[in-house]
Design a protein around this ligand. Sequence first.
Ligand code: FES
Length: 135
Amino acid sequence: MTTRATRRTVLLASGAAALTAGCGSGGDGNRESPDTEGSPGQALLPVADVPVGGGRILGAEEIVVTQPEEGRFKAFSAICTHQRCLVSEVADGTINCPCHGSRFRVADGSVERGPATRPLPEERITVDGNTIRRA
Ligand code: FES
């Protein structure tokens, strides 16, 4: 009788250990370990979708593609460097964060207005005909 009870206890304990290991293996929602990173060559959007002097935010890819001057394209992380909100708008030459009002320049991702103090990290892209792709 005591042997049975002991065996059950062992099985329950190992099940709990497996559950604990599963919970600790990630998926905490932290954007510092993005699982949305695409592979090189991934098509992002048509060139024609990026306005001159402005840009487009790709929320799923967490990337913002800008065209500061005609024919010159740039891309940045769409995650604000202040407290990691997703930027929400590109207007009047800046990429704007809705959370606390930071603004970043479309030309280089630098801070135009805080509270953010660091620029948006640049993302590598290529222009392939009429399509902008990850480099
Ligand atoms: S998270 Fe963007 S301004 Fe605070």
